[in-house]
Every structure is written in C-alpha cells, then in structure tokens.
Design a protein around this ligand. Structure first.
Ligand SMILES: CC(C)(COP(=O)(O)OP(=O)(O)OC[C@H]1O[C@@H](n2cnc3c(N)ncnc32)[C@H](O)[C@@H]1OP(=O)(O)O)[C@@H](O)C(=O)NCCC(=O)NCCS
Length: 164
C-alpha cells in the first residue's frame, strides 16, 4: 500500500466509496450493511481515510444515542490497507468528533474486539447500553445468534480516558 493517507470529515463525494467499503464487508457478514441513502443522511457523522488520489480507503462513524453517549460504528479499512494504522487513525478521528460534540461515553459492537482493545477500549456488558438494544438489536435479524462483543471507552474533554 501507499502509506500516505489523510483522515478527514466525509464529503458528499465520499458516499459511494463508503457504501462500497461497508457493504463489501456486510456481504461477508463481517459488518451490518448501510444504504447509500442512510450514509448520505448521516454524512456529518462520518470520517474517512483517503488515499493520495482522494479515494476512500477507510471509514468510521459516530452514531449518537444521547447527548453523552454514542456508538463508534461502520469502522472499515480496505483490505489492501490493513495493518498500517489506518483503522487506529479512523477511530481516533471518530473520538475527536465525539470530544467536539461533548460526547464522553463511546461503545461499539464488534466481531473484532481485539482491534478495539488495541486502540484503548475495554470489553463491556451490552446491557449497559439499553439505548442500543432498544433502537437496533431488538429488530436485528441476527439477534438470536449475535456473536458481536460490546466494547467501550470513556473520554474526558481532551479525549483521553478518565479511568484506566
Ligand atoms: C478491524 C480493522 C478495522 C482494522 O484496521 P487496520 O487498519 O488493519 O488496523 P490498524 O493497523 O490500525 O491496527 C491497530 C491495532 O489493532 C490490531 N488489530 C487490527 N486488526 C486486528 C484484528 N483483526 N484482530 C486483532 N487485532 C487487530 C493491530 O495489531 C494494531 O495493534 P498494535 O498497534 O498493538 O500493533 C480492519 O481489519 C477491517 O476493516 N476489518 C473489517 C471490518 C471490521 O471488522 N470492522 C470492525 C468494526 S465492526
């Protein structure tokens, strides 16, 4: 991979690239799918990593549940870019967005908890996030055999953990 990448807020021209990235993993049951329309509607919540040609090579989103709680969602890095710190940079950019919006509690539901543990999250009990269970899990077709692991992190206003 060309290791030069820029992490920035998503733009209208990124919508298709985000959808292709997320839905390629969704087709392999690694992530939940996102429609182009749902991405466009939530574009202000997305960050991307773009290559030197401006193409989307990774994305992530801050999905709000309350003024203080949000999910780190739709984190995906194109296969050819894995293992170069792009995922870490995307999660850091989502956290910066959270800090700017005053959100302190972050969680994610993931099949790759080790990745999130490597970037500062701890395994948690999803029952601590009833907002997520009510809004998404209750209607999810995969809820019976869900293998996702809940991870969370608390930020202070500077974006570092309040407690280890
Ligand atoms: C998981 C994913 C986002 C990681 O992206 P990446 O750019 O390869 O990750 P990074 O290079 O930034 O790695 C950061 C750390 O996480 C670790 N890590 C990355 N992927 C991992 C994995 N699959 N399993 C365990 N650890 C992993 C790295 O070893 C690194 O740790 P270190 O800094 O202590 O060495 C990427 O593999 C991906 O897009 N997977 C498919 C979609 C997905 O599973 N998304 C997760 C959220 S639902």
């Amino acid at each position: 991979m060309n290791e030069v990448f820029q992490v920035r807020a998503a733009r209208t021209g990124d919508v298709q690239g985000i959808a292709e990235l997320v839905n390629a993993y969704a087709a392999q049951s690694v992530m939940l799918p996102r429609s182009v329309e749902s991405i466009a509607l939530a574009l202000d919540d997305f960050v991307v990593a773009a290559d030197c040609h401006g193409r989307v090579m990774a994305c992530g989103a801050l999905k709000p549940y309350s003024p203080s709680l949000a999910e780190v969602a739709s984190v995906a890095v194109s296969r050819e870019a894995h293992g170069h710190g792009v995922g870490r940079a995307v999660v850091a950019a989502v956290e910066e967005l959270a800090v700017r919006r005053g959100v302190r509690e972050l969680f994610a539901l993931t099949l790759t908890p080790k990745f999130f543990e490597s970037v500062g999250y701890g395994v948690d009990d999803r029952a601590r996030f009833p907002e997520k269970l009510r809004r998404d899990c209750a209607a999810c077709v995969r809820r019976a055999g869900c293998a996702e692991v809940c991870v969370s992190r608390t930020l202070d206003r500077e974006g570092v953990d309040v407690a280890a």
